[in-house]
Design a protein around this ligand. Structure first.
Ligand code: CTP
Ligand code: CA
Length: 222
């Protein structure tokens, strides 16, 4: 952060992160998206900058202000987010995938506005690239951290994603409970890494973000 020269636990570290939802175009005036507010990702960006990191935030459409000292790149679709991330991945030591990336997009966006001629409408969708797995599979990969948003069997699915995407760490989020996760101001993350875990308890997203970042800093110095 500008002027804030106090050396923090992430001083001199470069962090790239994704935040917010993506929008997948249906036609020139419509899109498919989700309820992600971007609050967790923006809290991470803000806290990381405060802890001394050089932060680049690749953001889907959100209504939040850019945290002080953070470089923000705005994107809309998952494909744009992937391009923005991969163009910068080699310049960063840490990657955190916090965005709620749409898993599918319409096969093609209609060139003209879709008219309501039919009684039913079927939209064919195709899977989006997995940004987090693409980063983790890169030959010069940063320390790679993912999120897992689950409504049941949280630990099971989080450990599965950690192993399957070959991550260094995953932050699991039970989004079935009110007041945590999507669009909430607080969260209750559990961190998993190969061979260990840490329960962060329930707190506001700034506190959760700081605890996650300090755990990453510990792993980096080992
Ligand atoms: N993610 C990503 N690109 C995608 C989908 C997900 O980078 N196309 C990232 C998210 O940013 C998050 C992690 O992968 O860090 C897990 O997202 P989540 O939706 O929980 O898992 P998925 O792998 O998409 O699996 P599913 O939705 O089936 O549970
Ligand atoms: Ca998903």
């Amino acid at each position: 952060a500008q002027g804030a020269a106090e050396p923090g636990p992430l001083a001199g570290k470069t962090l790239l992160l994704t935040a917010g939802p993506t929008r997948e175009a249906l036609d020139p005036v419509r899109y498919l998206s989700n309820h992600s507010s971007g609050k967790m990702g923006y809290a991470l960006a803000e806290q990381a900058a405060r802890l001394g990191a050089d932060v680049t935030l690749v953001s889907g459409p959100v209504t939040l202000a850019t945290p002080a000292g953070v470089t923000r790149i705005d994107v809309q679709s998952a494909q744009q987010m992937l391009e923005a991330v991969m163009a910068r991945v080699e310049a960063h030591e840490i990657f955190i995938g916090c965005a709620a990336v749409a898993d599918y997009r319409p096969v093609a966006a209609a060139t003209d506005k879709i008219k309501k001629s039919q009684e039913t409408l079927t939209i064919e969708m195709v899977r989006n690239p997995d940004i987090l797995a693409t980063v983790a599979g890169h030959s010069k990969r940063p320390f790679t951290v993912g999120f897992a948003a689950e409504t049941r069997d949280v630990e099971h699915y989080a450990l599965d994603k950690l192993a399957r995407k070959k991550l260094d760490m995953i932050a699991a989020n039970d989004v079935s409970k009110p007041g945590q996760g999507f669009n909430a101001d607080s969260n209750a993350l559990t961190l998993y890494w190969p061979g260990g875990s840490k329960d962060l308890g329930h707190s506001d997203k700034a506190t959760q973000a700081e605890a996650l970042l300090l755990t990453i800093a510990e792993k980096l110095t080992k």
